[in-house]
Design a protein around this ligand. Structure first.
Ligand code: B12
Ligand code: SF4
Length: 435
């Protein structure tokens, strides 16, 4: 038996920064050894639809759903069964089943061997659902599936799943609810060592889920002598012991969801805790004092945001010397509380924006209150461009404390800014999937 794993691309353009799709290393690790597996990554290469295979397994996010359904149609035309899993099919299994033979709802860890066995017997079920959350102690990703592919150099490793917060727009909270799980620290350390890589991206949506466990992990990373990146909530800055451990263990960059400078917007999105301990400038300073470069994430379109919000945020991001940042229109994702609210309020511009041929990457998909949808789209695009102007890249990059303490940091700053600068215009306004 042969299984073909496919990571669909979001847009009809190929970037230079694709990262390893960790989920397929996990699924490959759970697949019986007598089953052949192969991975095609639509972001890097063409998919050989005519190559014989017995099952196609697609990972599907909301932004990649349209492309995933196109890929599935090609295989089903050739009589090959298709199974889908991931965020999007979990939230909308009925939609995914219009394009797939089977759907896995939730985490696959406890279900995948059953899926493989059923496919082997030619008896794939329509829905596989894990009502609970499987323990993560048995996670044994098999990275040999990535061999020969041109991925970004960092290895992706997962410590835990879930987040202790419940931001209104967030897919993670919608997927995991209040469930929080972490792997044994020794397993994570062994996995990092086995990758042989010196830069690791810990993909947890919030690595700072509970203080003692975070400290245990960071302490265990110190002897590995690696550099690592993570996503972390900004409230961590007030815990000086934790910050010291982050620095000592090699944390070099962190993605932080600042989201908004507007307190009312933070309150509305249920992220007011972002400024519970410190204001943003103080938090940024603490991170940078510990040698951690910040990737700031911002959204626009909450009810109190106005056209002025764009320049205020840009000014903050530049003054704070964030090494990089994204500025996105608030986007309702199916499954998240924001989506139901905007739907109930009759403010959605599309029935299903992710499938709509009229939707373009970067577009606002609902009616904001403090500006028009067109202003929301244009404002985000404008400040994204300004933030990635050569003047801004140079002025942020030449700040010793924030971004150029050593050649490694400066190189990272330049590489990520130049790639983003190049990609902004390539991505903006493109349709999802292949036209
Ligand atoms: C790393 C990451 C990235 C990396 C790229 C990662 C990669 N390898 O390509 C970067 C930074 C480039 C990125 C970009 C984007 N990302 Co991103 N990313 C992540 C992150 C943090 C980790 C992904 C990961 O490796 N997870 C670990 C794996 C094991 O978990 P998993 O994929 O959920 O898989 C489990 C189940 O879902 C299921 N499963 C998943 N797929 C399949 C397939 C099959 C066949 C089966 C059976 C089961 C199954 O089983 C797995 C475990 O048992 C996730 C958040 C998260 N915690 O997952 C966001 C996340 C996936 N990204 C998200 C988004 C929105 C984006 C962007 C669209 C942002 C933007 N506006 O541009 C872009 C678009 C990228 C694209 N789609 O092409 C959202 C997706 C939400 C949604 N509803 O679809 C997430 C959930 C973040 C969030 N907080 O909302 N991302
Ligand atoms: S802190 Fe981040 S991961 Fe956690 S619920 Fe909020 S947006 Fe989601």
């Amino acid at each position: 038996m042969k299984i073909t794993f496919i990571r669909p691309n979001m847009l009809p353009v190929r970037g230079r920064d694709a990262m390893e799709p960790l989920v397929f290393a996990i699924l490959a690790g759970l697949t019986p050894p007598d089953v052949e597996t192969v991975l095609y990554d639509d972001r890097l290469e063409d998919t050989p639809f005519d190559e014989p295979t017995d099952l196609v397994a697609l990972t599907v996010e909301t932004y990649t759903a349209r492309r995933a359904y196109q890929v599935a149609a090609e295989y089903r035309k050739r009589g090959v069964p298709v199974v889908m899993g991931g965020y999007h099919p979990t939230f909308l299994p009925e939609e995914a089943l219009r394009f797939a033979d089977g759907v896995v709802v939730g985490d696959a860890d406890a279900l995948w061997s059953q899926v493989v066995e059923d496919a082997r017997q030619g008896q794939l079920q329509r829905i596989y659902r894990d009502e609970g959350f499987p323990p993560l102690a048995d996670l044994r990703p098999d990275r040999s599936i990535f061999q020969g592919k041109k991925y970004a150099p960092a290895a992706l490793v997962q410590y835990g799943r879930g987040c202790r917060f419940a931001c209104e727009f967030c897919s993670i909270h919608a997927f995991y609810g209040t469930d929080l799980r972490q792997r044994p620290v020794a397993d994570v350390v062994a996995e990092i060592e086995a990758t042989g890589k010196k830069h690791i991206f810990l993909v947890d949506d919030n690595i700072f889920v509970d203080v003692p466990r975070a400290k245990e992990l960071f302490a265990a990373l110190i002897p590995l002598n690696i550099r690592w990146s993570c996503q972390i909530s900004v409230d961590v800055a007030h815990d000086r012991e934790l910050m010291a451990l982050l620095e000592k263990s090699g944390c070099t960059t962190a993605v932080v969801g600042f989201e908004s400078l507007n307190e009312k917007s933070l309150r509305q999105m249920k992220k007011h805790w972002n400024i519970k301990h410190n204001d943003y400038s103080t938090s940024v300073q603490i991170f940078q004092d510990h040698g951690i470069m910040l990737y700031g994430s911002f959204v626009f379109g909450y009810d109190d945001d106005t056209p002025d919000s764009f320049d205020r945020t840009l000014e903050f991001a530049e003054r704070s010397k964030l090494y990089t940042a994204n500025f996105n229109p608030l986007t309702p994702m199916p499954g998240a509380a924001l989506y139901s609210r905007l739907e109930q309020e009759g403010r959605l511009l599309y029935d299903r924006w992710w499938l709509d041929p009229g939707f373009r990457y970067g577009d606002a998909v609902f009616h904001p209150k403090g500006m028009s949808a067109a202003e929301l789209t244009a404002g985000c695009y404008r400040i994204r461009k300004q933030f990635h102007s050569l003047r801004s890249i140079a002025s942020r990059g030449l700040d010793f404390q924030a971004n150029c303490r050593d050649p490694y940091r400066l190189g990272l700053h330049l590489a990520s800014n130049l790639v983003s600068r190049w990609m902004i215009d390539k991505k903006q306004g493109l349709p999802l999937g292949v036209v």
